[in-house]
Design a protein around this ligand. Sequence first.
Ligand code: TYD
Length: 233
Amino acid sequence: MNQTFLAKRRELPQPRPQMAKKTKKPGKLISFEGSEGSGKTSQIARLAERLQKLRRDVVTVREPGGTEIGEQVRSIIVHNSKGDEMTPETELLLFAAARAQLVREVILPALVRGAIVLSDRYLDSSTVYQGIGRNLAADPVNKINRFAVGNVMPELTIVIDVPTKVGLARIRQRASDLPNRMERENIDFYDKIRAGYLLLAKGMPKRFVVVDGRKTEAAIEKLIWNAVRSRIG
Ligand code: TYD
């Protein structure tokens, strides 16, 4: 193999969210994390509404999915009839593949034009679900995560924390496309997920804000708004 080709291959393209034009405010990525039934989705809708009232350009995305390719990957994860046989490594790579596409196709262009991007899950989901939940070693998980996102990291990550029993009771009441697969997991798995998020948040207090998901929706909205307001400029 020729040397120039090898040298070129080592320089993987790293997306760089530039500051939007001086007149515009810079784009920001805010991710939402938490176990199933934590109430992320409705809080994202509330926050998006607040930001739109302030005439901010808001883009909301969800993981896995958010692009045509990403939705196809989602369907492999969800509808795979042999879901039980999917290895944690495969799962990690599929989530990362969907994320890599979402970053380059949607998130980065939105940030460059100055939008606030609200993401329902992002790389921390892989750290926690595949790394901690499914016991994959932290080092490859972090490397794969970084490869997928380049340097597009969240400015702020909001973890909505609920006790496992509360979260599970909530998801049993709603029809979603993933609960069948996820419901096969036991309480211990979700306890690990919850503890994993709290551990991550403790280790990165600047990026993470943990909100008590047992509070009323309005109270949670206020707490989230306080965290967001100071960061969006
Ligand atoms: P989804 O139906 O989108 O539910 P939720 O409202 O809880 O986000 O399900 C996404 C599921 O995929 C959820 O169980 C978490 C899991 N997941 C991972 O295991 N790793 C990941 O990297 C991502 C993004 C999600």
